[in-house]
Design a binder for this molecule. Structure first.
Ligand SMILES: [Zn+2]
Length: 318
């Protein structure tokens, strides 16, 4: 179920394969190097420029959110949030259709990926406070690409988990990050501002790791690196329901799985290893998990199997 009353609203019923019934050749028609088909609507996400972001944001909300276990009050939010379980939400950001996820626990709130700009991250921060009733306490960066990481500096008070390669990339490859962001239509001034705010090696709150468990009080989220694929160091986030709750497992896959475009392949991708990595994700999540791709609608295990098979075929040159 989605809570947006205006703007873009996902009906929330599309947890299955949106392309079911289509021949594979129609769904995964070709490999788009660096996902050239991704939708880019930069204006929507980067319309906030004034320094007092949170003050400004109060006047720019386009949707409303009602807490599942709260009263009937409608809370203004900036994005159309999709509820996956009682306390797990995600939304598809207008810019690049990138997913961010929110996992709420009794003692903390975990954010999966952080958006592209500080303005976008400020809007996310605002919305998370509305959804969870408090700030983001933990952040996972699924991988190093600009659309997932450049908002991270805004969450200065949170513990940030990412692969060591991400810390290295944010430290040493800002020219590449900037080029990628501008290639996809991001606002140059916003990107420069986000890059200038990056100070990962000096940040005591960065946890460079391939495996971690984040304790959120009444639940824990597991971060793991299932293998090489989209990049050398993608992390996934596995989220069971809270204690004494039979909610379905939610698996945030980052860009190891994409629904709204073909898998994004670049020089850092490992096509040969990628299918086995998807098999590991399927082994972790099982047949009934809700798999949340880095871009696109929530999918099921069958969709991931088809993406695995397509990658195998692509890797074998067929
Ligand atoms: Zn990516």
């Amino acid at each position: 179920m989605a809570f947006g009353l205006a703007g873009e609203v996902d009906d929330g019923d599309d947890h299955g394969d949106a392309t079911a019934g289509l021949p594979e050749t129609e769904r995964f028609s070709s490999a788009h190097v660096v996902a050239a088909t991704r939708t880019t609507t930069a204006a929507t996400a980067t319309a906030i420029h004034r320094p007092d972001l949170r003050q400004d944001l109060e006047d720019t909300s386009e949707s409303y959110f009602r807490r599942p276990s709260g009263d009937a009050t409608l809370l203004p939010v900036h994005f159309a949030w999709e509820q996956l379980t009682d306390s797990v939400h995600r939304c598809r950001l207008p810019f690049c259709d990138v997913t961010i996820g929110v996992v709420q626990g009794r003692t903390g709130t975990l954010l999966v990926d952080t958006g592209t700009t500080l303005a976008e991250a400020a809007a996310i921060d605002h919305d998370v406070r509305q959804i969870a009733g408090g700030p983001v306490t933990h952040v996972v960066l699924s991988h190093k690409h600009f659309d997932h990481v450049l908002g991270s500096s805004l969450f200065a008070e949170a513990d940030i988990y990412c692969a060591p390669e991400v810390v290295e990339y944010l430290s040493s490859a800002t020219d590449q990050i900037r080029d990628d962001a501008l290639h996809y239509g991001a606002d140059a001034a916003e990107i420069d501002r986000a890059i200038a705010a990056l100070r990962p090696p000096q940040r005591a709150t960065y946890h460079a790791c391939y495996q971690a468990v984040v304790d959120l009080g009444n639940r824990a989220a597991t971060i793991t690196h299932p293998g090489r694929g989209h990049t050398t160091s993608d992390l996934i986030v596995v989220v069971p329901g809270p204690d004494d709750d039979d909610s379905p497992l939610v698996v945030f896959t980052g860009d190891l799985v994409e629904e709204s475009a073909d898998p994004a392949i670049d020089a850092d991708s490992d096509i040969a290893a990628w299918p086995a990595t998807l098999d590991r994700i399927l082994a972790i999540g099982g047949p009934d998990a809700l798999y949340v791709p880095g871009h696109g609608k929530v999918v099921d295990a069958g969709f991931i199997r088809r993406q695995r098979d397509w990658l195998k075929s692509f890797g074998s040159g067929r």
